[in-house]
Design a binder for this molecule. Structure first.
Ligand code: ATP
Length: 822
C-alpha cells in the first residue's frame, strides 16, 4: 500500500553518482549539498536586495505623497490619500512576508507553457520537440529554464521574475508534475530558509531516467524529498502550511475554478483541511475583487479553528477570510456545551424545524399557569380609563412584558373611545392573535397586521361605522378613531406586551418549559425527547446545536425595519496634516475591515470543512450565509458523527441548491503511518462496509500498542501517555468518550503541555505525534454513529498509537480489544 502511494506522489529520490566507500559517499554528498545551498543563498541574496529597493520605493512614495498633501487642493488630497494607502499596503506586505517566503524551485526542459486552463494553471506543458535527446547511454537533456517559487512574486528591475507567487499559473508545474506526468519539470526543489539564510534543500526528481545538465554540469539531487521531510516533523499545537509540498491531486482541488460547488471527499489525513485553507488563499489571489465579499471557512470545533488559524496568515492572507466554528457562526454567540447524542439528534434534525416554527408563533401566547397560580391575565387588566374623557384612553396596569418574556402578555384590553368603553376579552384577543398569525410570514413582521385587527375589532364594537352611511365620512371617522388610539402611549405599551418583538433567545427560553414545548412538538418529538430537550435548554450556556436553532429562529421571527442611525462622523474628515492622518488612517482601515467582517452575514465563498458532520439544521444555518456564494465542501462520510447521513445529505443539497458540482477525491493518507492506517481500516470495515481507506504514504515500522487496564483506568492511561511523551518530540493526544473528558484531564495533570485530553467529538480534524485511545468500546457505544467516531479517534496520530482497553472492550490475551480483532 505504502509503496504504491509513493509512486503516485512523486517521492523518488536519486543522488548524484558517488564514489566507492560509504565515507567517500557521505563526504561527497555533504559537499554537493553545501554547494547547492550556496547556489540558493546567492539567489535569495539577490531577492533581498531587490526587496530592499522596493521598500525604498514605497517609502519614497509615501514621502512624496506627504509633500503633495501640503498643496491642499481637493484633487491633490485625494491623490495623496490613495498613494499613501497603496504605499502603506505595499510596505506592510513586504515587511510581513520577508520571513521564509522563497521556498521552491523548478528546473525545466525547453518548451513553452500552453494556454491557461479553466483552473488558471497552464495546460500543455510538454517539452519542445528535441528537448530530450538520446544516445547509447540513454536519454539526456539540458535544463533550459529555472523558476523560483515563493509566497509573493518579486520582479527584478527589468521585470524578469526573481520569485513567482505560488498561486500564479506559472507555478502550477511545481505542484502538478509527478514522475508519472512530469511535463517540463526535471527537478523540483524545496528550499528551507529562515530569514535571510538558506538552511537546506530537498529535491524530488520527476524524470529519474533522464541525465540532465545545468550550465554544463550534471543536475544534482539532494535529500529524500520535501514531502517526506515535512511528514516526519514533530507536530505542535498548530497546523503548518503545506505550500512547499502540495501534491498533484491536491493542487487540482486548490486551483479548481471557483464557479459552482467544488466537492472534495477523502479519508483521514488526505489533506482536506490543508487543501481547503490553501484554496482560500488561492481564490483571493485569483480574484481579490470578487472575494472582497469575504470567504467563510466553517470548522467543526473551536479546537480545530485554533489549530488551523495560523495557516492563512502564513500564506499572506488574513483580512478577507473568517474561520468560524459551527458553534460561533451567529454573532455574539459562542457555544461551549455538548448535547447528549439523543438530544443532539432531536435538535439537529429537520423535525426541529417544524417545532421551531410552532414555537415562534406559540411563544406569543401566555404560558399556562404554573402550580395553581393564575397566569398573567389579572396582572394586565386594570380598568380605570372610564371617565377619563377624550378618545383612545386605554387602561391597563403594571409594567408591560419584557421582549423576551411573552409569558407576561396581557389578556384583556380596555379602551375608551368616542365616549364609549370598549373592551376586548381574552377569547377575542386570542382569536385576533390566531388570525394575525395565519400564513408563514415572520412573526415580528406581523405586528402591524395584528394592530390593524385590534383596531378593526374595537371599531366594530364602537358601532360608529354603522351610524354613518356616507362612506367618505365613515372612512374619515375611522381614520381619526385609529389615529387617536394609536397615538396613546398606553395602547403602544399594550401592543408591546401583547405582541412583543420576539428574540430567538426568548423563544428558546420558552421552549425550556416542558409543557409548552410538549404542545409545540406534538407528534413531532416523542415525550422522552421533549423532556430531554427542555431540560437541556434550562442549562446556563448554549450547545453547538442550540446555535443552529437560534439562527433558524432569527429567520423565522424576522427583524422589523428600524429607523436608521445617524452616520457617525468620520475622524478622517477632521484631520489636516499627514502626521495625524497616518495613524488614524491605519487604525480606521483596520477597524473598518473588522467591522465589515463582524457585520457580514453573507459571503462570496463558503468553505465547509468536515462537512459530513453538519446536521440538517446546521446546513440550513450555513446555507443562509452563502445564498449567492460559490462553495468548497470537504468531508469524509466515513468520519460522520451524525446519525442520519441521508437526511444530512438532503439538507446539504438544499443549501447548495442547483449549482453544478465538481467532484474530487483525495486518495493518499499523509498523516498516519501504514501500521496505524491498517488498524483503523478494521473499524472502517465495521462502520461503513465496502468503503475504501486511503493509502498511507509512509510506514514507521512501529506497530500500534495494546494496553489493558490493571489497577485503574486513570493510572494506565497516565502511564501510557507518559511513555509516549518519552518517545516523540511533539504532541500526545489522549482521546476518551465524551463523558470522560473532565476526568481524563485530571489523569494527565502535571505531565506538561505537550499532552492534552479530548473527547471523541473534539478530536475531529486534529492530529498529534502520538495518541492514546481509551476504551474503543466506550467510544463506539456513545452514539449510533459511534463506530465512525472511533474511526476518527484512531486516525489522529502521525507516529504512534496506543489503545487502552477496559473490561468492556473484552481484550484478548494480547490486549487487543474485541472491536479491533481480525
Ligand atoms: N502535500 C502535503 N505535504 C505535507 N504535508 C501534508 C500534505 N498534505 C497533507 N499533509 C499533512 O497531512 C496531515 C493531514 O492533513 P489534513 O489535516 O489536512 O487532512 P484531512 O484530510 O483534513 O484529515 P481528517 O479528515 O482526518 O481531518 C497534516 O499534518 C498535513 O499538514
Amino acid at each position: 500500500m505504502a509503496a504504491q502511494a509513493q509512486q503516485e506522489t512523486a517521492l523518488g529520490s536519486v543522488h548524484e553518482p558517488v564514489g566507492d566507500s560509504a565515507q567517500e559517499d557521505s563526504l561527497r554528498d555533504d559537499s554537493v549539498r553545501d554547494r547547492e545551498i550556496s547556489v540558493e543563498q546567492e539567489h535569495l541574496d539577490r531577492v533581498y536586495r531587490r526587496l530592499e529597493e522596493k521598500i525604498d520605493e514605497a517609502e519614497f512614495l509615501m514621502n512624496d505623497a506627504a509633500q503633495r498633501g501640503q498643496v491642499g487642493t481637493p484633487g491633490a488630497l485625494a491623490e495623496r490619500d490613495a498613494q499613501v494607502f497603496r504605499a502603506g499596503v505595499h510596505l506592510n506586505r513586504l515587511n510581513n512576508e520577508f520571513e521564509d517566503f522563497l521556498f521552491g524551485r523548478i528546473d525545466l526542459l525547453l518548451g513553452k507553457d500552453g494556454k491557461k486552463g479553466p483552473d488558471g494553471a497552464y495546460t500543455a506543458v510538454e517539452p519542445a520537440e528535441g528537448a530530450v535527446r538520446e544516445d547509447a547511454t540513454g536519454q539526456y537533456a539540458d535544463i533550459a529554464e529555472t523558476l523560483h517559487i515563493g509566497r509573493i512574486g518579486v520582479l527584478d528591475a527589468e521585470y524578469a521574475p526573481l520569485v513567482i507567487d505560488w498561486r500564479a499559473p506559472a507555478a502550477a508545474p511545481f505542484y502538478r508534475s509527478t514522475p508519472v506526468d512530469p511535463g517540463r519539470v526535471v527537478r523540483r526543489r524545496v528550499i528551507r530558509s529562515k530569514g535571510r539564510k538558506v538552511l537546506g534543500v530537498e529535491d524530488d526528481l520527476m524524470r529519474p531516467e533522464l541525465k540532465a545538465s545545468l550550465d554544463g554540469r550534471e543536475l544534482p539531487v539532494i535529500g529524500d524529498g520535501a514531502l517526506m521531510a515535512a511528514l516526519g516533523q514533530a507536530r505542535s499545537h498548530t497546523m503548518r502550511d503545506i505550500v512547499a509540498s502540495i501534491q498533484a491531486e491536491q493542487d487540482l482541488v486548490i486551483r479548481a475554478p471557483a464557479a459552482s460547488v467544488t466537492y472534495v471527499e477523502g479519508g483521514p489525513g488526505t489533506g482536506k483541511t490543508a487543501v481547503a485553507l490553501h484554496r482560500a488563499a488561492y481564490l483571493l489571489y485569483q480574484d481579490r475583487r470578487r472575494y472582497a465579499g469575504g470567504i467563510l471557512i466553517v470548522s467543526p470545533t473551536p479546537l480545530l479553528v485554533a489549530y488551523t488559524e495560523g495557516v492563512l496568515p502564513s500564506l499572506g492572507e488574513e483580512g478577507q477570510v473568517a474561520i468560524r466554528a459551527i458553534g460561533s457562526l451567529v454573532d455574539g454567540v459562542e457555544a461551549t456545551l455538548y448535547d447528549s447524542p439523543a438530544v443532539a439528534r432531536a435538535k439537529g434534525s429537520y423535525r426541529m424545524l417544524k417545532v421551531l416554527r410552532k414555537a415562534a408563533r406559540g411563544a406569543l401566547e401566555p404560558a399556562p399557569a404554573q402550580g395553581g397560580r393564575s397566569g398573567p391575565a389579572g396582572r394586565f387588566a386594570r380598568g380605570g380609563a372610564e371617565g377619563a374623557g377624550g378618545t383612545g384612553q386605554l387602561a391597563f396596569g403594571e409594567e408591560p412584558g419584557t421582549r423576551d418574556d411573552a409569558a407576561t402578555a396581557p389578556t384583556r384590553l380596555r379602551v375608551v373611545a368616542f365616549g364609549r368603553r370598549l373592551e376586548l376579552e381574552t377569547a377575542e384577543l386570542d382569536r385576533i392573535r390566531r388570525n394575525a398569525l395565519g400564513g408563514t410570514a415572520p412573526v415580528n413582521l406581523l405586528r402591524p397586521r395584528a394592530r390593524k385587527l385590534l383596531l378593526d375589532a374595537l371599531w366594530a364594537q364602537s358601532g360608529a361605522g354603522a351610524r354613518h352611511t356616507d362612506p367618505e365620512l365613515a372612512a374619515e371617522l375611522r381614520s381619526s378613531f385609529d389615529e387617536d388610539i394609536m397615538s396613546e402611549d398606553s395602547f403602544v405599551s399594550f401592543l408591546d406586551a401583547w405582541w412583543p418583538e420576539l428574540t430567538p433567545r426568548g423563544v428558546l427560553a420558552a421552549m425550556a418549559d416542558e409543557r409548552r414545548l410538549g404542545r409545540w412538538a406534538r407528534r413531532i418529538l416523542n415525550p422522552g425527547e421533549v423532556r430531554r430537550v427542555a431540560r437541556s435548554l434550562k442549562r446556563d450556556g448554549l450547545s453547538v446545536h442550540d446555535v443552529a436553532m437560534l439562527d433558524e429562529l432569527n429567520a423565522i421571527l424576522g427583524t422589523p425595519a428600524r429607523p436608521r442611525k445617524r452616520r457617525e462622523l468620520d475622524p478622517l474628515d477632521q484631520l489636516t496634516g499627514l502626521e495625524e492622518l497616518m495613524p488614524v488612517r491605519e487604525e480606521s482601515q483596520r477597524e473598518r475591515a473588522e467591522r465589515l467582517a463582524q457585520e457580514r452575514t453573507e459571503y462570496a465563498h463558503v468553505i465547509v470543512d468536515e462537512a459530513q458532520d453538519l446536521t440538517p439544521m446546521q446546513w440550513r444555518m450555513v446555507g443562509r450565509r452563502g445564498r449567492h456564494a460559490t462553495w468548497t465542501v470537504v468531508g469524509d462520510p466515513a468520519q460522520s458523527s451524525w446519525s442520519d447521513p441521508d437526511e444530512a445529505a438532503e439538507a446539504r443539497d438544499e443549501a447548495l441548491g442547483t449549482r453544478p458540482r465538481r467532484r474530487f477525491t483525495l486518495t493518499v493518507n499523509y498523516r498516519n503511518p501504514a501500521e496505524i492506517a491498517e488498524l483503523a481500516a478494521k473499524v472502517l470495515a465495521l462502520a461503513m462496509p465496502g468503503s475504501q481507506s486511503p493509502s498511507a504514504v509512509r510506514s514507521t515500522g512501529v506497530e500500534p500498542r495494546f494496553a489493558v487496564v490493571e489497577e485503574s483506568l486513570a493510572r494506565t492511561v497516565r502511564a501510557e501517555a507518559a511513555r509516549l511523551l518519552d518517545r516523540v518530540d511533539g504532541t500526545v493526544g489522549v482521546v476518551v468518550a465524551m463523558n470522560r473528558r473532565e476526568e481524563a484531564a485530571r489523569w494527565l495533570a502535571g505531565l506538561g503541555d505537550r499532552v492534552v485530553a479530548l473527547g471523541s467529538l473534539e478530536a475531529k480534524g486534529l492530529e498529534y505525534d502520538a495518541t492514546v485511545v481509551v476504551s474503543p468500546a466506550e467510544i463506539a457505544d456513545e452514539s449510533p454513529a459511534g463506530l465512525r467516531v472511533l474511526y476518527v479517534a484512531l486516525t489522529r496520530a502521525t507516529q504512534q498509537l496506543t489503545l487502552v482497553s477496559g473490561e468492556r472492550d473484552e481484550p484478548d490475551a494480547d490486549g487487543v480489544p474485541d472491536l479491533l480483532r481480525d
